[in-house]
Each structure stands twice: as C-alpha cells, then as structure tokens.
Design a protein around this ligand. Sequence first.
Ligand code: 13P
Length: 249
Amino acid sequence: MRRKIVAGNWKMNNDLSETEALLNDLIAQVPNTDVNVMVAPTYVNLFQAFNVLKEHNIEVIAQNMHQEAKGAYTGEISANMLKSVGINTAILGHSERRAYFGETDELLAKKADAALANDIQVVFCFGEELEDRKAGNHFSVVESQLKNALFHLDASAWKNIILAYEPVWAIGTGETASPEQAQEMHAFIRKTISEKFGSEIADELSILYGGSVKPANAAEIFAKEDVDGGLIGGASLKAADFVAIINAF
Ligand code: 13P
C-alpha cells in the first residue's frame, strides 16, 4: 500500500545513551499520525532501540545488511541476525555505502534478494551525482540503478520495497532538490516501475525523497504528488526537527 513515511537515518551518530535519550524524546514528541515513522540507529544499538520503542508506533530499522546468511564475513550482519533482534526493515544502497564501501548495483541486487527472502522490507536508496545532473544524465543514471538492482525481482516482491530517491549532491550539503525537481524525478521513477511491473504496483509504491530535508522545506516537498515522504539524515538527529518534519505532512 502506498504509505506516507518519514524515516530517520542516523548514520554513524549516537552512542547508547544518546540513542536512548533521542528515542525517549521521540516517544514524548511524535504525534499520533497516519505517517509511518521509522528510525535507523547504528547496528550496536538496534536491540536496545527495539526494546525502548516496542510499545510505540515508531519502527526501528537497520542501515545496511549483508547478502549472505552466515559465515566468514568479519564485521558483517545477516538478515537473520536483524530479525532476531526485532528488525524487519533495512536500508540498502545508501550513496555513502556505494561511495565509501564500494557497493555496486550488482551487489545490491543480491542484498535485496537476501532481505526479501527473509521477509525484511527494503528501503532502497539510489540517486545521481552532481556530474550526472550537470550532464543531463540524471534520468538514465536513476533508471539504470533501478534496473540493475531491482528489475529481476518478481512483481510480488514490490509490496516489501520502499524507494528512496537521494540525489547525492543534496545529501548533507544543505542544498535540496527543489520540490519541482523531486516531483519530476519521482514521477519518472513511478513511470519506470509502471512500465516494467504495471501501474498497480507503481501506484502502490512509496517513493521517499532524501537530501537536506529540513523543517523549513519538508512541507513543500511532501506536498508533491509523487513524493510519499522522506529519508532524513542530519535533521533526524534532533527530536524537535524530526517531529516538525513529520508534522509537515
Ligand atoms: P541529510 O538529510 O543529512 O542530507 O541526509 C540525507 C540522507 O542521506 C538520508 O539517508
């Protein structure tokens, strides 16, 4: 079902006590809402975050996941390990994973398969770099990221996928895509999915925008027809800002 979603990607921020403090602030401040609220703390705090939020309407999600079920992959975390601490959703393909950890579309196809096979919902991130946009290649880059990582999936898989369009030039830079640029790309993404998997799946799909979303710009971005919410980095680290973004819906 197409849902409104606001997800906070905390990246490598917040130790255990900071995590508990921010979660308690969110419990106190997140309103009763039809928006699905998610937060992604670092791996080591997922279990505690799950326990703190168990009775609340905020889902704890992972920032990443390994594609193999188990074995000699030092430092990695499997789907089953996430499930065992109550996590049912994972972000995959964040541009920082692609840029700093060499994650490719081909690897992400495997990660998506592993997540979906284990009933882990995927928040799949993708988006063009500044050079792509300057060269006018942003649509073709985005299309190939989707095709390479997700077009092999069965139609039935799409009920467990959320897309997050995050233009790399807008992440952590303070420079946001304009609401028109976001809408234009989201409409293109929905059309691309529709052409491959049909309009019913495309219409039901939630497509989030990420990249310098703040309380001041969230409402005009979320107002766009094909924008179903946001994946929030920096502004998700302050309860008041994150809550203001949720309220912007
Ligand atoms: P910022 O909101 O800090 O630009 O980060 C966006 C992001 O990368 C979310 O995954």
